[in-house]
Design a protein around this ligand. Sequence first.
Ligand SMILES: Nc1ncnc2c1ncn2[C@@H]1O[C@H](COP(=O)(O)OP(=O)(O)OP(=O)(O)O)[C@@H](O)[C@H]1O
Ligand SMILES: [Mg+2]
Length: 225
Amino acid sequence: MIKFDQVTKSFGKTTALKQISLEIHKGEFVSLVGQSGAGKSTLISLIIGEEKPDSGRILIDDIDVAHIRRSDIPYLRRKIGVVFQDIKLLPNRTAFENVAFAMEASGETNSIIKKEVPKILELVNLEDRSDAFPNEMSGGEKQRIAIARALVHKPVLLLADEPTGNLDSINAWEIIQLLLKINKNGTTVILATHAKDLVNSVKKRVVTIEKGEIVLDQAKGKYVL
Ligand SMILES: Nc1ncnc2c1ncn2[C@@H]1O[C@H](COP(=O)(O)OP(=O)(O)OP(=O)(O)O)[C@@H](O)[C@H]1O
Ligand SMILES: [Mg+2]
């Protein structure tokens, strides 16, 4: 599903990723770990076409992201859901409306929105918080809404960049459980994090990046740095 072939990306004098080759198959759950500045977020922004590589190829299914036509970007974005550490929910909209907004933006009809949003809220266990505004929700709840929002297009790939960064360990663990559930339902998940304990307990593939290079790729790995 994802193939990086000798990908290098620099920002000025900083080489964020060096000759990265990586394959991720449909249905996998991959934790991408490494210290701050290792290149995790850069890798994610290359997958969504937000940054372009200096050299190398990036294929998402059969789309060459490095040379994607502008007209194909919406198609790529619909395949991929993204969740960031700094959750940007609309403050004046309820949980329901935050999720609905993402569907409105892509032109879904009201009747589909009314039908689908409760299902997605149920998936993230927030069906009873539908009318809550962001300032009435806990950090973990807000992150779950952000995940719900990322799922509205039924993406085949979910990218979560440090989704537990601002959460305590119990809330963080709930987010990981939710990502595992989403993966079980068939979505490929990439989780970028430095939360070592969490990744250890997941017992799924762990790819470790250090200074822009993959130093370890373990099937049921442990985070070691
Ligand atoms: N837009 C940018 N402009 C300049 N340098 C950048 C930019 N984005 C990333 N970098 C640099 O590239 C390197 C990799 O950054 P990246 O954000 O990918 O790391 P990370 O592994 O996500 O770190 P963190 O765990 O802190 O989020 C760092 O040295 C960073 O300073
Ligand atoms: Mg990052």
